[in-house]
Design a protein around this ligand. Structure first.
Ligand code: NI
Length: 256
């Protein structure tokens, strides 16, 4: 197997007692690459530290909409410094979250727009988080346009109609553990219809644990269940699906 987990949070305290063993289990399960995702300045630094310690880990740096209200005046300069470090492959996760509304919506939009501009300036792909904000998200993306470095909608949760518009803009779609849930018919449809060259897979570990471990802590090794379900709905062998998604991830994040 050649599996690429394009979105994980392995600096999370959920792994403080067994991080090395968890990463070893990922290797044994056939995971060859992981992008570890920052959500504020501190976790972005931790993400870079992890990438420097483990050969299979790369990092992204960014401010999550939950943390938008916590940014100080110099945050964008600091983020730019971090983004220039070796093994940083993307700006993310950035976006809008109107489900939990942990930052005021105008602040979420401001910090998102500032990071979109930074990613364009640095020619880095973007990793977008969009939860219950599809209307505003699409309005912003239609206006701002995706830069040539591209981007991905992480843990995609929209309809096939929205997916088609994102694909036309140039986005990749990343599918996580919820595709394994029995009632996830919309997501299974997207997984089945997405073009072969635009599909990524991810765990979002420690969150979004796939069946049959739903409800427990997630980890990259569990990505195999997500790959197996997507392969099933596409009528493919899971090894081929894994290989295809790994190649897509390497192309987007420019990992040789
Ligand atoms: Ni995430």
């Amino acid at each position: 197997m050649n599996l690429f987990d394009t979105h994980a949070h392995l600096n999370d305290e959920a792994y403080d007692t067994d991080r090395d063993e968890m990463i070893q289990r990922a290797r044994l399960a056939g995971i060859t690459l992981i992008v570890n995702i920052g959500f504020d300045l501190a976790s972005s630094r931790q993400s870079i530290d992890l990438a420097e310690r483990y050969d299979l880990i790369y990092a992204s740096v960014g401010i999550h909409p939950h943390d938008a209200a916590g940014t100080g005046p110099g945050y964008l300069e600091e983020l730019q410094e971090l983004a220039r470090r070796p093994k940083v492959v993307a700006i993310g996760e950035i976006g809008l979250d109107y489900y939990r509304d942990l930052s005021p919506r105008p602040v979420q939009r401001k910090v998102f727009l500032e990071q979109l501009a930074l990613a364009k300036k640095l020619q880095k792909p973007i990793i977008i988080h969009d939860r219950d904000a599809h209307g505003d998200m699409m309005d912003i993306l239609r206006k701002e346009k995706l830069g040539p470095a591209g981007g991905v909608m992480h843990c995609y949760s929209g309809s096939w109609e929205m997916a088609r518009e994102l694909l036309a803009m140039g986005f990749y779609l990343s599918i996580a553990g919820p595709v394994t849930f029995p009632n996830a018919s919309k997501l299974k449809e997207v997984a089945a219809r997405a073009p072969a060259d635009r599909l990524l897979i991810e765990t979002d570990a420690p969150y979004l644990t796939p069946m049959p471990y739903r409800g427990r802590r997630n980890e990259p090794a569990h990505i195999i269940y997500t790959a197996a379900e997507i392969a099933r709905v596409r009528g493919m062998e899971k090894e081929n699906l894994a290989q295809m998604c790994a190649e897509n991830g390497r192309r987007l994040f420019r990992i040789a």
